[in-house]
Design a protein around this ligand. Structure first.
Ligand code: 6PG
Length: 475
C-alpha cells in the first residue's frame, strides 16, 4: 500500500466508478454539498480532470484502481457506477465483489434494463451486498446542478443513501426530486418509462417543426420565437426551452444555422424501444411512444427515403391556412398530444407495478419528474393533483381536471392532424395520440368483428354482451 493510499483510507463518503460526463458531474455536485467523494476511472486524464474541476475546499479525489477507491471509502461503503449499460455493469460488479464487505452498497445509476437489474439484485443478495438500480435524468447540467433521481429496490440501502441523494437532487418548491419509487428494479423501470415519454414528446415537437418549417415556410428566427413564446405559457418545459435555443445556434464551420447542417437520421440507445417492448409484453398500449421509436428507425433509412422521394416526387404541400390560427392550433395540439403521451407512460407504469408487485407510488414518480429531468414540465403539477386525489387512478385521462383540458384542446388536435394528412405530412406521434384518445374514450369498438373472425377460422371463442362465459359458433 502506498503512502497516498494509506492517507486516503476510510475517509470518503461516496465513490463513483466511471468518470464520464455524468459520473464526474454528479460527484462534483456531491462535493458541493459537503460530501467527501472519490472517483475511479482507468483513464488518468479523467481522474486528473475530476480533481482539477473541484471547487476550492471541496474534498474530491481521483484514483485509477478500484482497490484504492474501495479502501478509501467509509464503511458501509457506498458507491455508484455510471458506465454503459450491459456487460460493462457486470464486469464492474465482478471486479468489485472480492473487494467489498457485507452490507456495502453498490448502485447502478446508468440506463440498465430492469431485468438485468433484477438479476443483479438477486446475485448480490447471495453475497450479502446491497444492490440498487437508480434512474438519473437531466444530462450533464442536471448531474452537476441537480438531477431527478429515481431509486428503487433495497429499502435499507435507500435509507442509507437518501440524505446524500436528497441533497444533490434538483429541488422544486424546496422539495428534492428524489423518492423511494418501489421494490426490486422499480428505479430502472421508472427511468425506462421516463425515457419512453421523452421519445414521444421529442417526436411530437419534431412534428411541429415539420409543419411550421416545411408546411408554413418559417425560418429559424421565427421558429425560435414560437417555441420561446410557447415556453412562457402552459407548455413551459425543458424540451420546449431547449428547442427554442436550438434554433438560435450557428454552425462554427459554415456560419449557417446548425440545425440545418444536421443530418435527419435520429439515433437511439434503446430505452425507448425497451418501453415499447415492455408495453407489448404487459400488455399496455403506448402507441405515442411506439410511433416515436419507429419514426427514429424510419428516419435512419435515409438512402431508401431518398429513392422513394425520387420515385414518388415531392409529396408535401404548403399548408394554406392563416399562420396565426395555425400556430395557435398547433400549440394546443402539441399540448394535448403531450398529455396523452404522459398518460400512456404513467398507465403503463401503474399496470407494470401491479403485475410485477413493484408498489410504485405513481404520485411520487410525478413529483420526482417535476424538476431536473428531461421531461420536466408545467404539466406535472396537474398530474400530481390528479394522482393525489386518486392514487389508484388507472389513467390520467380518467381524471376530471385532465378531461376538461382534453375537451378544450381536442378540436385543435383534430384540425392539425387533418391538415397534415391532407398535405402529406407524416404526423405519426400526433395521429397515434389522437387515435389512442379516440379509442380509449369509446364505449364500443369494432373489435366484436375481430372476435367473430377469430372464432370463424380458429374456434378461438368469444364472450357475449348478454352474459358470462365463452362461446363458439359453427360458422
Ligand atoms: C436523461 C436522458 C438520458 C439520455 C438518453 C438518450 O434522462 O437524462 O434520457 O438518459 O440522454 O438515454 O437516449 P437516446 O440516445 O436513446 O435518445
Amino acid at each position: 500500500m502506498t503512502d497516498k493510499q494509506e492517507t486516503k483510507n476510510n475517509q470518503f463518503d461516496f465513490g463513483m466508478i466511471g468518470l464520464g460526463v455524468m459520473g464526474s458531474n454528479l460527484l462534483l455536485n456531491m462535493a458541493d454539498h459537503g460530501f467527501k467523494v472519490i472517483g475511479f476511472d482507468k483513464n488518468p486524464e479523467k481522474t486528473k480532470l475530476l480533481e482539477s474541476s473541484a471547487k476550492e475546499g471541496a474534498s474530491v479525489s481521483g484514483v485509477n484502481t478500484l482497490a484504492e477507491m474501495i479502501s478509501a471509502l467509509l464503511p458501509p461503503r457506498k458507491l455508484m457506477m455510471l458506465v454503459p449499460a450491459g456487460k460493462p455493469v457486470d464486469d464492474v460488479i465482478n471486479d468489485l465483489i472480492p473487494l467489498m464487505q457485507h452490507g456495502d452498497i453498490i448502485i447502478d445509476g446508468g440506463n440498465s434494463h430492469y431485468t438485468d437489474t433484477l438479476r443483479r439484485i438477486n446475485f448480490l443478495k447471495e453475497k450479502e451486498l446491497h444492490f440498487m438500480g437508480i434512474g438519473i435524468s437531466g444530462g450533464e447540467q442536471g448531474a452537476r446542478l441537480g438531477p431527478s433521481i429515481m431509486p428503487g429496490g433495497d429499502v435499507e440501502a435507500y435509507n442509507t443513501v437518501a440524505p446524500l441523494l436528497q441533497s444533490v437532487a434538483a429541488k422544486v418548491d424546496g422539495k428534492p426530486c428524489v423518492a423511494y419509487l418501489g421494490k426490486d428494479a422499480a428505479g430502472h423501470y421508472v427511468k425506462m418509462v421516463h425515457n419512453g415519454i421523452e421519445y414521444a414528446i421529442m417526436q411530437l415537437i419534431s412534428e411541429c417543426y415539420d409543419l411550421l418549417h416545411y408546411g408554413l415556410g418559417m425560418n429559424n428566427e421565427e421558429l425560435h420565437a414560437i417555441f420561446d413564446e410557447w415556453n412562457k405559457g402552459e407548455m413551459r418545459s425543458f424540451l420546449i426551452e431547449i428547442t427554442a435555443d436550438v434554433f438560435t445556434r450557428k454552425d462554427d464551420k459554415t456560419g449557417n444555422y446548425l440545425v440545418d447542417m444536421i443530418l435527419d437520421k435520429a439515433g437511439a440507445k434503446g430505452t425507448g424501444k425497451w418501453t415499447s417492448q415492455e408495453g407489448l409484453d404487459l400488455p399496455m398500449p403506448v402507441p405515442s411512444i411506439d410511433m416515436a421509436v419507429m419514426m427514429r428507425t424510419l428516419s435512419s433509412l435515409r438512402a431508401e427515403r431518398i429513392k422513394a422521394h425520387n420515385l414518388y416526387g415531392s409529396v408535401t404541400n404548403k399548408i394554406e391556412m392563416d399562420k396565426e390560427t395555425f400556430v395557435m392550433e398547433l400549440h394546443d395540439a402539441l399540448y394535448l398530444a403531450t398529455i396523452i403521451s404522459y398518460a400512456q407512460g404513467l398507465a403503463m407504469l401503474s399496470q407494470a407495478s401491479k403485475e410485477m408487485e413493484m408498489e410504485i407510488p405513481i404520485n411520487e414518480v410525478v413529483n420526482v419528474w417535476k424538476g431536473g429531468c428531461i421531461i420536466r414540465s408545467e404539466l406535472l403539477p396537474i398530474f400530481s393533483a390528479a394522482y393525489s386525489k386518486n392514487p389508484a387512478l388507472e389513467n390520467l385521462l380518467l381524471d376530471s381536471e385532465v378531461a376538461s383540458i382534453v375537451k378544450q384542446k381536442i378540436l385543435s388536435l383534430q384540425h392539425i392532424v387533418m391538415n397534415a394528412a391532407s398535405s402529406n405530412y407524416p404526423l405519426a406521434g400526433m395521429m397515434a395520440s389522437l387515435n389512442y384518445l379516440n379509442a380509449y374514450c369509446r364505449n364500443s369498438l369494432p373489435t366484436n368483428l375481430i372476435q367473430a373472425q377469430r372464432d370463424y377460422f380458429g374456434a378461438h371463442t368469444y364472450q357475449r354482451v348478454d352474459g358470462e362465459g365463452s362461446f363458439h359458433t359453427e360458422w
